[in-house]
Structure formats: structure tokens, C-alpha cells
Design a protein around this ligand. Structure first.
Ligand SMILES: *[C@@H]1O[C@H](CO)[C@@H](O)[C@H](O)[C@H]1NC(C)=O
Ligand SMILES: *[C@@H]1O[C@H](CO)[C@@H](O)[C@H](O)[C@H]1NC(C)=O
Ligand SMILES: *[C@@H]1O[C@H](CO)[C@@H](O)[C@H](O)[C@H]1NC(C)=O
Ligand SMILES: *[C@@H]1O[C@H](CO)[C@@H](O)[C@H](O)[C@H]1NC(C)=O
Length: 451
């Protein structure tokens, strides 16, 4: 009996020893890992900080000024002189005046769907408006089972159809749920698409694509395109708009920007050259480090919103999730080859666009680039539209849309109406997700007044 007791005590002590050793090994491994990390981060410097004094950012802008540029820019093609000459014709003096404000969804915080979040918004092939938002069951948490609801307006935002469910996770368990998602239009085939991810936190995510060929009235069954792009690139299509290239290179191509992968962070462009039938991966920018824990200050490009510029290049504003180098501002990326690559030397931090780590709206129209987001470095409030007449080099003008809590936003214009800009966004008095509202703004420019 006593012997048995002794052995038990011994076994206990032995186990303790093993546990202690294991513990020390883990600590050591983490320490070594962290050392390697820091070294790695120091070697790799993916982003320059844009300041006026920084010569590399100046040369960057001399390059991008070229509106008549060739397909892939590999060296400066426009001198600063040419740039100045061009700037004479630039428009200016655009102002925005609110003409309408309507709430499309309210988070009533009880019942079947207590919370509405993450709106996306597009024009339709027939010149109407379609808005889609997530209804979240149980609570406001991202991973809850959801519904997607569509609302349409055929009178430029005056009146809206009754919400219609197009996706419903039902009572599916937490985390096996759907997440919005990028909306985009193929103008050639008059088709509206919504790409979204199902089961974001599962080892195999499902990348889903659904469409409407009747201007957003009815939506077909979602198609699973995970195997087309490859499991490892099944990203979260970022909330906002995809684009269809209207200029060369790759005219007609559909481009969707996504962020994050199972077990990894970063940004990927998904491309389709056959009007949405097949998809493949284009540019892929990994976080630094990749597939490891990211600390504050790491390079972690997150939710992204692309626009096409007149030279056929793609300009992308990117959420800077880990405040790279401790800068609370957006990252900017560019592609000159239709989304195949996002060259590292055209990636920079734009200190003018401060952000509290959030998705933003971006719309390019007639030499004016509009941007929307909270003008605050840590809090989701104080939502502004800001605009640039020089392709994002300087942000000269701004209009405050909502001073109180406000969160995700998306910008849009109707192709036939060059006089109005729409912003659909989350806002509230108590919290930033009390409601999803649409504000319509009249665009007037000095040129109009001179006419
Ligand atoms: C960017 O890098 C490419 C090659 O990696 C080079 O050809 C090009 O000149 C660089 N551009 C600038 C503005 O540094
Ligand atoms: C827009 O609003 C500004 C001030 O908010 C005002 O000065 C301007 O006249 C307005 N423009 C139009 C076209 O209504
Ligand atoms: C989508 O396809 C992937 C890969 O074939 C598969 O693992 C996943 O279960 C599919 N998802 C759905 C919702 O059918
Ligand atoms: C559009 O949706 C329908 C119905 O699900 C599907 O049959 C068709 O393949 C889809 N088209 C594209 C281009 O995804």
C-alpha cells in the first residue's frame, strides 16, 4: 500500500517535472520565434510613408499622373513639368450639398433580427439603386447566423421597396454563417453580382457568388466558386464595390478585392475575364509576417476598396488593420496590369487619410476621387466625405456627413446622373450601428456656375 502511494507521489513529481520542462521549451520557442519575427519585419519594408518631403513619394506621384499612360508603367513617363501642364485642365471647386436623407435599416435590438450591419450598394444596369445589408441574429457579433436583405429604389432614392431576403443562414450554429461581401455590375451582360464568404472561420471557407439578371428584383441560387480560386485564396470579399475595367489593360475584366484567409492575413484580387463565369487569383499581398500572430505595428492589409483611374490603373484604399508602423491611416495600393500585381514600390501609407481601422467608400468620377470614412484615428465617429482632384495626391476638400458615432460607409453614383453622389453608411446617436442611412448629395462645381 505504502509502496503504491510512494510510486504515485513519484509519478506526480515526474509529471510536474515534464510539465515544467515543456513550459520552459514553449517559452524559449516563443522567444526565439519573436526574435526571428522582428528581424524579418526589419528586413521587409513594404510601405513608404507619404510626406511631401519624402522624395520617393514625389516620384510616385509623377508616375501616376499619366492619364494617357501605357499599359504597365515601369519607369516615370510623365515629368513634373508635364504634370503641371495637365493640372491646368483639372476641375476644381466641387461642392456637395445634401438633398436627401433616408434610413433604410434600423437595429431594433430585439426579435428575430436585432442588428443590421455592413451595407453594400450599387447602381443597376437599368439605372436604379440596389442596397443590401446583413441582418444579424442573436447579437451584433460578426460570426452570428445572418440574413441578407435587398432593397431597391427606382426613383433615385426617393422611395424603397420592402426588404427581400436573398440569403438566410437560418438557425445554423455560430460561426457557420455568411458574411457580406462585394457587390458589382457587369455592364456588358447587365448582371448584378454579390460575392460573399460562408464559414469564414472554418478550415475550408466557401466563396459564394450570386447574381441577378433582372435589375436586382430576383436573385439566383449562390454558386460555390471556392475550387475555382483555390481553397487557400478563399478570401473575405471586402464590403463595398467590385469593378469592371472600362479601359485597357484587361478591359471588361471583373475585379474583386478581398482580405484575409483561413489561418492567414493579407489582400488578394480575384479576377474574371468571362463575365463572372470563372474566377482566378490575381495579385496577392501577404501580411508581414504571414500565418503568424500579428502584433500592433505589423503590416496587415485588410478591407479594401478599388476604383479604376482614367489611365486604366487600379487604385485601392486599404484598411490598415494593425496600424502599420503605428500610423493610424490608410494604405494605398496600385495595379497597372489589370490586377495581376500590386507592386510594392507603389504601396504607401497616406497620412492624410486617418482612420480608426475601418472599411471606407471610394468613387471616382470626372477627375474627382471621393473618399468616405470617419475622420478620427481611433473612434468610429465623425464621418466625412473627402475629395481629391489629383488622383489621391492631395485631399483638398471635405464635407462632414455625421458628427456622432458612424462606421462602415460606401459611395456610389448613377451612370446617367452626374449631379449626385450617394453615401450609404452605418450611424447612430448612441452607437455607430443604430441604423443604416442613405444620404444623397448634389454635386456642384465652379465650372457649372461659370457656364
Ligand atoms: C518599381 O519597381 C519596379 C520593379 O520592381 C521598377 O521597374 C520601377 O522602376 C519601380 N518604380 C518606382 C517608381 O520606383
Ligand atoms: C451648397 O452649400 C453651401 C454652404 O453649405 C452654399 O454656400 C452653396 O451655395 C450651396 N450650393 C448649392 C448649389 O446649393
Ligand atoms: C464549397 O466548396 C468547397 C470546396 O469544394 C467545399 O469544401 C465547401 O463545403 C463548399 N461549400 C458549400 C457551402 O457548399
Ligand atoms: C447566375 O446565377 C444563375 C442562377 O444561380 C446561375 O445559373 C448562373 O451560372 C450565374 N451566372 C454567373 C455568371 O455566375
Amino acid at each position: 500500500m505504502a509502496d503504491l502511494f510512494k510510486t504515485r507521489v513519484m509519478a506526480g513529481k515526474f509529471r510536474l517535472l515534464i510539465l515544467l520542462t515543456l513550459f520552459i521549451i514553449v517559452i524559449l520557442a516563443r522567444w526565439i520565434g519573436n526574435k526571428a519575427f522582428t528581424k524579418h519585419e526589419m528586413r521587409y519594408d513594404p510601405v513608404t510613408v507619404m510626406t511631401n518631403e519624402n522624395p520617393s513619394s514625389r516620384s510616385f506621384f509623377e508616375n501616376v499622373k499619366s492619364v494617357v499612360s501605357p499599359v504597365v508603367q515601369t519607369r516615370p513617363v510623365v515629368s513634373s513639368l508635364a504634370w503641371q501642364a495637365m493640372s491646368v485642365d483639372r476641375p476644381g471647386g466641387v461642392s456637395l450639398n445634401q438633398t436627401q436623407d433616408v434610413v433604410l435599416w434600423r437595429s431594433i435590438r430585439k426579435g428575430e433580427i436585432p442588428i443590421y450591419r455592413v451595407p453594400v450598394f450599387t447602381y443597376t444596369p437599368k439605372g436604379n439603386l440596389v442596397a443590401i445589408a446583413e441582418g444579424r441574429r442573436i447579437s451584433s457579433k460578426d460570426f452570428n447566423p445572418k440574413i441578407f436583405e435587398v432593397r431597391r429604389s427606382t426613383d433615385e432614392g426617393e422611395t424603397w421597396s420592402y426588404p427581400q431576403r436573398i440569403v438566410d443562414d437560418g438557425k445554423s450554429p455560430i460561426k457557420r454563417s455568411s458574411y457580406i461581401g462585394t457587390i458589382f455590375v457587369d455592364d456588358t451582360t447587365a448582371t448584378i453580382f454579390l460575392m460573399y464568404v460562408f464559414c469564414e472561420f472554418c478550415p475550408t471557407r466557401s466563396l459564394m457568388l450570386m447574381n441577378s439578371t433582372d435589375d436586382g428584383i430576383t436573385w439566383g441560387r449562390p454558386r460555390n466558386i471556392t475550387d475555382q480560386v483555390g481553397k487557400e485564396y478563399a478570401t473575405h470579399p471586402s464590403p463595398g464595390n467590385g469593378i469592371q475595367k472600362k479601359q485597357e489593360p484587361a478591359k471588361g475584366r471583373l475585379v474583386v478585392c478581398g482580405h484575409g484567409f483561413y489561418n492567414g492575413k493579407g489582400l488578394v484580387l480575384l479576377l474574371s475575364d468571362d463575365h463572372g463565369v470563372t474566377w482566378r487569383r490575381g495579385a496577392f499581398v501577404r501580411s508581414q509576417p504571414f500565418k503568424m500572430r500579428l502584433k500592433k505595428g505589423a503590416f496587415d492589409p485588410d478591407e479594401c476598396q478599388p476604383v479604376e483611374l482614367p489611365d486604366g490603373s487600379i487604385y485601392i484604399v486599404v484598411r490598415n488593420e494593425k496600424t502599420y508602423k503605428k500610423y493610424h491611416c490608410k494604405m494605398i495600393m496600385r495595379s497597372f496590369d489589370g490586377g495581376e500585381t500590386l507592386p510594392q514600390n507603389y504601396t504607401y501609407l497616406d497620412q492624410a487619410l486617418i482612420e480608426p481601422r475601418i472599411t471606407s467608400g471610394l468613387w471616382y468620377h470626372d477627375e474627382t476621387m471621393f473618399y468616405s470614412g470617419p475622420k478620427h484615428d481611433t473612434n468610429r465617429r465623425n464621418l466625412y466625405i473627402r475629395w481629391s482632384y489629383d488622383h489621391g495626391k492631395t485631399w483638398t476638400s471635405e464635407k462632414r456627413i455625421w458628427e456622432e458615432p458612424a462606421s462602415y460607409s460606401t459611395l456610389m453614383m448613377l451612370p446617367h446622373d452626374k449631379r449626385h453622389l450617394y453615401i450609404l453608411y452605418e450611424r447612430g446617436h448612441k452607437t455607430e450601428i443604430d441604423e443604416i442611412a442613405l444620404t444623397k448629395l448634389k454635386i456642384s462645381s465652379e465650372n457649372d456656375r461659370n457656364e
